[in-house]
Design a protein around this ligand. Structure first.
Ligand code: PRX
Length: 635
């Protein structure tokens, strides 16, 4: 039997041999000529010259053997709808969507922004884009108009597909007014909008000549036969925006062939999901987990994928486990926050259902604390595997690989580097490799393995500078996370090295939130930091300097301004980015060169020592932060 160590070693020492073998897991219309081209570091090109298609691998390839098997099961506890599509039916719907898009002039290389809730049509559109070689950019339905507009301007789509609304906890959120606002804000709006009407918005306003109805268009293409467009392995498949240190989100660009191979390999070695089995991933299609493990990977593996619209505790905290029982789910993937929510409920909800089909539960997206890990592993009586990765990588960096070797799980650890990743823990000061037990920066020696981002959309320089510029003397990819390895070789992730925070598994840049806070006309400047939160992992906290301080003289005035600032953030970014509270100060702690001391503010907010303060311009600023925090914790 191969051990995970040997498997990993081979993937690093014989990259080409290893990945050539994995490449056999997918269909190539034209086999690749060269497995890896690393002639222009740090840009890696995988399976050069090979031609394939993600949609073909997800659907067409399975029609012969499993055309009548369920491909997609849709469950909405928001609307009570439940629907399933076989591989054959999904193939048909995807061709209809592809024909619709083609009739609107969308072809290879054109961008399509998808701003949709968790409905099957979102999956149809995503797969249809892949089919015709259009580049999809899915924007999470919770993002506000200004964020949507910024993404539109960067991607410059020809088309946007949306719906009349989404629903959360039984509350409908209408999309169209927000979409119209985003289109008005955008400098490069798409010329056509396709809207899927769920019957949420009876008064939906359609702009003649621009806005089209999904159902009407679909009806014109019921018998559509749209062949797959074969794409060279390194052509772009999608753009997915993610937050970083600056206020401007980065468009993570992914390829076609490398991504298909990486996902297929991960289903075999990591998730252990086989054809005919069922996978239930509780993420959203707007996030990378949804792209990889709701849509593409389970279908590439010939599995049934569950698309769930709803929350884990409605109608009660047993809903997920009922889904596992009713649909014989074999592989499940979720996030620590959701488990922390469930932990507040009676574990009897888990024991009520027959979980016999479930092999393991994977968790990712944020640190998994030991008590939560222990609680869920005990309640489920199944292996719970913490694994660590990023939007940029598209699939796990640190994980246990039960498909290769079932290694013991250590609570709170995402185990070991996955095959393909030459992982390093580097000292911040000199990029030297850290010893066991020493906290250091998690880095990957390039080339990045297949499936990882190819570049930042439209900005190669930003890709190199942002991700490979952390160390002056070494060109390595920085994950911007702190990590540590124990004496047994298990890794632990200790949080970000940059200004990115993680709220309930949603990745947000504190710079983005600062910019949103500053959009309020009475805010002169502000600092936003992430503070530990027992449920959501982290929450943003804002410290702001007001231009006109008259209203701050009364508690009501302060409260009212705080509310207005929160509303401004809701409007700019969406409610997911809303600060837990906004504290008003008359100055922010800065270095003499004018840099805000965010790490010190964060330390104070979490009750820790603020660290080295020799560079501070005015110590009184820190006193203000201290007293602002004190007032807020007083009853
Ligand atoms: O800080 C790490 C944290 O989430 C970041 C990536 O977030 P995102 O791009 O949204 O991708 C999520 C894909 C699962 C990482 O840089 N993170 C992710 N997984 C873990 C984690 N932190 C600790 N443990 C994890 N398992």
């Amino acid at each position: 039997m191969t051990t995970y160590r040997e498997f990993h070693r081979r993937s690093i020492e014989d990259k080409e041999g290893f990945w050539a073998e994995q490449a056999r897991l997918v269909h190539w219309e034209k086999p690749p000529g060269k497995v890896l081209d690393y002639g222009r570091p740090p840009f890696a090109r995988w399976f050069v010259g090979g031609e394939t298609n993600l949609c073909y691998n997800a659907l067409d390839r399975h029609l012969g053997a499993r055309g009548n098997q369920k491909a997609l099961v849709y469950i909405s506890t928001e609307t009570g709808e439940e629907r399933s599509l076989s591989y054959r039916e999904l193939h048909l719907e995807v061709q209809r969507a592809a024909a619709m898009m083609r009739s609107l002039g969308v072809g290879k290389g054109d961008r399509v922004v998808v701003y949709m809730p968790m409905i099957p049509e979102a999956a149809f559109v995503i797969l249809a884009c892949a089919r015709i070689g259009a580049i999809h950019s899915v924007v999470f339905g919770g993002f506000a108009a200004a964020s949507l507009a910024a993404r539109i301007d960067d991607a410059r789509p020809k088309l946007m597909v949306t719906a009349d609304g989404g629903s959360r906890m039984g509350k409908v959120v209408l999309y169209k007014a927000l979409v119209d606002e985003a289109l008005a804000l955008a400098k490069h709006p798409p010329s056509k909008i396709v809207l899927y009407n769920r019957g949420f918005d009876r008064a939906v306003r359609m702009t003649p000549g621009r806005d089209l109805d999904y159902a009407e268009l679909r009806a014109k293409h019921l018998d559509a036969v749209v062949p797959c467009t074969w794409l060279e392995s390194n052509e772009p498949s999608y753009i997915l925006y993610t937050s970083g240190t600056t206020g401007r989100p980065k468009g993570v660009q992914r390829d076609v062939g490398g991504y298909a191979v990486a996902l297929a390999a991960s289903m075999k070695h990591i998730y252990c999901g086989g054809a005919g089995e069922t996978m239930f991933t509780t993420s959203d299609i707007g996030w990378v987990v949804g792209h990889s493990y709701i849509i593409y990977a389970p279908l590439i593996a010939g599995m049934t994928t569950v698309l769930y619209e709803g929350v884990p505790v409605r109608p009660d905290a047993g809903i997920w486990w009922k889904i596992v029982q009713d649909h014989s789910v074999n592989v499940m993937f979720s996030a620590p926050t959701a488990i922390r929510v469930l932990k507040k409920h009676d574990p009897a909800f888990l024991r009520k259902y027959d979980l016999g089909s479930l092999k393991h539960l994977f968790l990712a997206g944020e640190p998994l604390d030991e008590p939560t890990h222990a609680w869920i592993a005990d309640a489920l009586g199944k292996p719970v595997i913490d694994h660590y990765w990023q939007t940029e990588t598209g699939w796990p960096i640190l994980t246990s690989v039960p498909g290769v070797e079932k290694t013991p799980i250590k609570l709170g650890s995402p185990s070991f580097p996955a095959y393909g990743y030459d992982l390093k823990l580097l000292r911040e000061a000199d990029a030297a490799e850290a010893a066991a037990g020493e906290k250091a920066v998690v880095a990957i020696a390039p080339p990045l393995p297949p499936g990882c981002m190819s570049t930042v959309w439209g900005d190669d320089e930003r890709f190199v500078k942002t991700y490979f510029g952390t160390f002056r003397n070494k060109q390595v990819y920085s994950t911007f996370d702190w990590g540590i390895r124990d004496a047994d070789g298990y890794y632990f992730i200790l949080g970000r090295t940059d200004d990115v925070i993680n709220v309930a598994g949603h990745r947000l840049g504190t710079r983005e939130i600062e910019e949103a806070v500053s959009m309020h006309s009475n805010i002169a400047e502000c600092a936003v930091v992430g503070v530990a939160d027992s449920l959501k992992g982290q929450m943003p906290l804002a410290f702001a300097v007001a231009k006109d301080t008259t209203r701050l003289n009364s508690a009501e005035g302060r409260k009212a301004l705080e509310r207005e600032v929160m509303e401004t953030v809701d409007k700019q970014l969406g409610a997911i980015a809303r600060p837990k509270s906004v504290h008003f100060v008359s100055l922010l702690p800065k270095t003499r060169s004018g840099k805000t001391l965010r790490r010190s503010i964060q330390a104070l907010a979490e009750g820790r020592d603020p660290g080295d303060l020799t560079t501070i311009e005015d110590p009184a600023a820190l006193e203000q932060i201290r007293s602002a925090l004190k007032t807020s914790t007083e009853p």
